[in-house]
Structures are given as structure tokens and as C-alpha cells.
Design a binder for this molecule. Structure first.
Ligand code: UDP
Length: 254
């Protein structure tokens, strides 16, 4: 037996060498961290839910022509993705004030923004992912002006599409974080959506009650994390079977 090679282990995911050249296996762990690793826990079932939710959202986005790294889901916790060169930026889109924007700018959480706002953070744990501007990004060569232009255009389309998709499920897309990568195909390079889109990196609020259905339940010690993620999957109509059956007691066989 041969042990497969770990390429990278992050806070919530492990990347393994893929089965074909140019591919990687993305494994979703149950681990959750907040505050750059200051708060840690294991939330049973989270990895399975994020794998399924991210598969669904990436597939829907591919359906409207957004290029992504996603190839196919392999099993409950793993998906095959294309190997890309990750751009070291977190692209955050906000539709409603919350989290760090509310704190930094003194805008009450829940205030609708006059328009969607895009922010960039430099991916660097040692520096706590600092807020940066387009000036920093192009001056330090993290992305070229053309890369940035592609990322912004994709981000706007993704936000418009996902806002509508979630609204149809009774969910407000408050804000979310995206990551992009460079995909090389022969001599050509394309910017594609990478990482994951799940309640770990989106703020999702019930449209009528504003109940939080995302990682803020973990960050703010509210409890009911896996129940909230399950509710998102249920409303999207993609509840994984292995979770669906859990905690429901015995099933009456007729
Ligand atoms: N986010 C993320 N990873 C990070 C920081 C933020 O996925 O390292 C997401 C977060 O889930 C939220 C959005 O980006 O949906 C905006 O987060 P914010 O800047 O408000 O930071 P936070 O309050 O989460 O520290």
C-alpha cells in the first residue's frame, strides 16, 4: 500500500496529490478555527456539509460560465480540483454591514450597504491577513492589473448570481470571501475561482428573522453550528444522505 502525499494542510482542509496530473484532492475536515487559529474546535459533520454545499455552488457558477477549479466530488469529504497557483488574496464582497466592516467603520451590523463593496486582504497568517488596497496588490506583484480586473469582474458576477440563488432559499447573502487561482493550460493562463464557498466563508442570514446560518455561530459561541449548516443544505435542496438520517431515531420499516 502506498500512502498518498499531502501537499498542504490548512485549518479546515487538506490537499492531497491528485489522481491525474494537474489535479489535487481537496479533503474537508470537521475542524473549525476563528481569530486566526486562536479559537479551535471540531464540529462533527461540518466537512461533509461544506464539501456538498461547495460542490453545489461551484457547479451552479460553472453553469453560468464562471471558471472554477472544481472537477467533481469524489466522496462525502473529498473533491477533485484542478491544480492552480493560488493568488495570495482574500477577496471579500459585502452587501450588508457585518463583522470587521461594522467594527472598523462603526456601521451597525445589518445595515444594507448603498452598493456591494469589494475588499482585499493579503493572505498571510503571520500578519493576520491585513487589509490591503489595489495599490499594494499591483505594486508588490501579488496580482497584475489584468488579474485584478478579471477577479473583480468574476466577483461581481458571482455575487449577483449567489445573492439571487440564496434569496430563492430564503437566505440573505450578507458577505463572503473568495479566493482565485491561476490555471495554466499550455501557454495560456486563466483566472479561476478556487478554494470553497460554504457557510465557513459566507455570512448567511435567514431573510425574515436574520437568524445566523453560518460560521458566526461558532465565532460568537452561539451553538447550533452543524444544525445551521444543515439548514442551508436543506434549503438548497442538497442535504447529504448520511447527515439527513442522523439523530432522527429508528426508521419504521413497513
Ligand atoms: N472570511 C473568511 N476568512 C477569513 C476572513 C473572513 O472566510 O479569514 C469571510 C467571513 O466568513 C465573512 C467575510 O469573509 O463572510 C467577511 O469577514 P470579516 O472581514 O467581517 O471578518 P470577521 O468578522 O469574520 O473576522
Amino acid at each position: 500500500m502506498k500512502r498518498r502525499r499531502v501537499i498542504y494542510e490548512g485549518k479546515a482542509k487538506i490537499l492531497y496529490e491528485g489522481t491525474e496530473p494537474g489535479t489535487v484532492i481537496q479533503y474537508f475536515k470537521d475542524d473549525a478555527t476563528a481569530g486566526n487559529g486562536a479559537k479551535k474546535d471540531t464540529i462533527e459533520g461540518k466537512g461533509v456539509l461544506n464539501n456538498r454545499i461547495s460542490e453545489y455552488l461551484m457547479t451552479q457558477l460553472a453553469g453560468i460560465g464562471v471558471p472554477t477549479h472544481f472537477v467533481r466530488r469524489l466522496n462525502m469529504r473529498e473533491q477533485l480540483i484542478k491544480e492552480v497557483e493560488i493568488i495570495p488574496l482574500e477577496v471579500v464582497v459585502r452587501n450588508v454591514a457585518a463583522g470587521s466592516m461594522s467594527k472598523r467603520l462603526g456601521i451597525e451590523e445589518g445595515t444594507a450597504l448603498p452598493r456591494s463593496i469589494i475588499e482585499y486582504y493579503y493572505k498571510n497568517d503571520a500578519l493576520n491577513d491585513p487589509w490591503v488596497s489595489e495599490e499594494h496588490i499591483t505594486a508588490f506583484g501579488w496580482a497584475s492589473p489584468q488579474d485584478l480586473d478579471d477577479m473583480v469582474n468574476l466577483t461581481i458576477r458571482i455575487n449577483d448570481f449567489l445573492s439571487g440563488l440564496f434569496l430563492g432559499a430564503g437566505i440573505k447573502l450578507v458577505d463572503f470571501k473568495l479566493e482565485f487561482g491561476r490555471l495554466w493550460e499550455n501557454d495560456f493562463m486563466r483566472i479561476v475561482l478556487a478554494d470553497e464557498i460554504s457557510p465557513d466563508n459566507c455570512r448567511l442570514w435567514d431573510v425574515t428573522t436574520n437568524e445566523k446560518l453560518d460560521k458566526d455561530r461558532f465565532r460568537r459561541d452561539m451553538g447550533g453550528v452543524v444544525e445551521a449548516y444543515s439548514e442551508v443544505a436543506r434549503r438548497l435542496g442538497i442535504m447529504p444522505e448520511s447527515i439527513q438520517g442522523e439523530n432522527k431515531g429508528p426508521v419504521l420499516v413497513k
